[in-house]
Write a protein that binds this ligand. Sequence first.
Ligand code: SF4
Length: 375
Amino acid sequence: MAILGLYVHIPFCSSICNYCNFNRGLFDSGLKDRYVAALEQEIRTSPHGGARADTIFFGGGTPSLLDPAEIARIIRACAESFDLAPDAEITLEANPETSSAERMGGFRDAGINRVSFGVQSFREAELRRLGRIHSVERARAAVQEARRADIDNVSVDLMMWLPQQTIAEWRESVESLIEVQPAHASLYLLELYPNAPLKEDMARAGWSLAPDDDAAEMYLWSMDRLERAGYAQYEISNVARPRRASRHNLKYWQDGAWIGFGCGAHSTRDGVRWKNVSGTDEYVNRLAAGQPVIAERRELTRDMRLEDALFTGLRLNEGVDIDEVGARYGKDVWNTFGGALQPALEAGLAVREGTRLRLTREGMLLANEVLSVFV
Ligand code: SF4
């Protein structure tokens, strides 16, 4: 049985960014108190309790808005309900404006040993365009505060292809990231969802996005630059120093198992996938009334599990061992998908090396198209 990852969703933010499509809302102290109690209850009454787990990931929203004592309570609930590995990776997503030396010390004492900062840009004008409320200086200080608190496993998120961003400006952010020396970094392309307020801001201010070719150059250049700075790319959007790949996120890409707690949290275990109710109030009220919080539940067929393992596994640099994954789900991967993959192989977007299939870096740029054969 796969060792579990535990995901804990914290849906509160100090302000709402204009591009954000996550399950979150404005911080409300009373609701937050009831939410933490509800989370503890969901964890302590989980039917999966007792199972082995080796990662906890606080995602959001802005989990670092919780007090260290609240994070400690939730970690304690996980440790007392699951068979938690002593060396578990315990990650807190944090925004720079919520960080201070004292709070980072408190999070470390609570059990946090990895912090992932939502920095997004090292240029003030870009932060303002995105509606972010921290400054570049605050972001730099936050990384140092975590490190001084002996949390050396720090990750920084950056977003590329921002409104008005030029290739040179993107390079500036990447160089600044290298200067602050995080152990891990995630580089995402900005995605504009249909009703994003950022779209209106762009129309009003006359901001535009660089051409697609520039976005491709930004991606390829930064992966190359980060490699020269000692990072290894291990997934489409993620790079890490040796042994610093995110153990929790690898479960999503390596056909692993995880249990999600909190509103809107997803879970996958033994071919079953389920999702909690999305609304924070509804989640809290249901738990208070002793009602189940699962909103959707789906049993996956073996074919669906195979397609999913290939779809997510091919996001990794190492790709997937198609013989191994085929044996797991009783199907010959090459016979089933070889024909559909042929154009990508011929175009140099994917390569087959022995039993392994993987995307090239050019293939990663077009991953949605290449991987659509598994959907
Ligand atoms: S801080 Fe993160 S989760 Fe909160 S609104 Fe901004 S992007 Fe969304």
